[in-house]
Design a protein around this ligand. Structure first.
Ligand code: NAP
Length: 257
């Protein structure tokens, strides 16, 4: 079993869940290039991705080289793949959970490249859409809030985007079950939902930090990339159900603090 993107947060979690898997960092295989000669596997867990949502607006071709070209190169190994995708393939106009049969309509370059990457995975692939990933390693919202919370009395956080923050350890644990399902697209995200501001309040609460959260709008925050206002994912196809996001948050903080 090969894990690409082994330096990322999901890559780390998968290598913990599958200790016999071989992890490849970007230095070992830049997935914008064909696989290194002689690389062989029975299964590829393909987590390598361009995940800088705002940066993808500035360099959509660079993002596509990783998120589409990288999937094509992983598929060229000719073995089954698990490819992770995102809630950002949806535009957020719906106000109840998105299921697998809902039409994708990405708002930004990142979501567009991930959607094209889904198509590039081929017929022998599980495409696992998840949302708002966090874990004890790499760059993510939980680690950013802990850093800001230690520096400031108050943090301004967006309160008009709603999703399901998902602990990478829970996705990694669910992967074995996903492999028992037919190939196809699955929604696998934590139970429950919240806004980024509610998530930040939970992080400070669970971490015992007195930091206040000032609720702001997406427009006030002013990020370069548009993001869906609502992107809760649920499965209509029997994908594994994950624990509640707050439960995942507690287990993540147990490791971080
Ligand atoms: N993060 C989220 O909130 C989120 C939400 C939904 C879905 N997803 C999807 O879940 C998957 C895993 O994301 P993650 O959160 O684990 O992201 P991550 O922590 O940013 O990890 C991605 C990894 O891919 C590597 N990478 C980037 N370009 C590469 C290249 N050209 N060749 C090889 N490796 C490359 C990165 O290396 P460097 O560290 O060197 O850049 C990084 O180690 C991705 O498919 C992502 O789109 C993420």
């Amino acid at each position: 079993m090969l894990v690409t993107g082994a330096g990322g947060q999901l890559g780390h979690a998968l290598l913990e869940a599958f200790p016999s898997a071989r992890g490849l960092t970007r230095a070992e295989w830049d997935v914008t290039q064909p696989p290194p000669p002689g690389l062989a596997a029975d299964l590829v867990l393909h987590t390598a991705a361009w995940t800088d949502v705002d940066g993808a607006e500035d360099d959509p071709q660079g993002a596509a080289a990783v998120n589409v070209g990288g999937v094509q190169h992983a598929a060229s190994l000719g073995v089954p793949l698990v490819v992770w995708s995102t809630d950002y393939v949806f535009d957020g106009a719906k106000r109840e959970p998105y299921v697998e049969s809902d039409a994708a309509s990405p708002l930004g370059a990142y979501g567009r490249t991930k959607l094209h990457g889904e198509a590039a995975a081929g017929e022998t692939a599980w495409v696992v859409r998840s949302s708002w990933l966090f874990g004890p390693t790499s760059r993510n919202f939980v680690r950013t809030m802990l850093r800001l919370g230690a520096e400031r009395d108050e943090v301004a956080v967006v309160d008009d985007q709603r999703g399901s923050p998902t602990y990478v350890g829970d996705i990694a644990e669910a992967t074995e079950q996903i492999l028992t399902l037919p190939y196809g697209v699955y929604h696998v995200a934590a139970a429950g939902d919240c806004t980024w501001a509610e998530f930040a309040e939970a992080i400070f609460d669970e971490a015992g930090l007195p930091t206040r959260v000032r609720r702001i709008t997406t427009a006030e925050f002013g990020a370069r990339a548009p993001r869906p206002a609502y992107s809760v994912l649920r499965s209509e196809k029997g994908a594994p159900e994950l624990p509640h996001w707050r439960d995942g948050l507690r287990r993540c903080l147990d490791r971080l603090l």
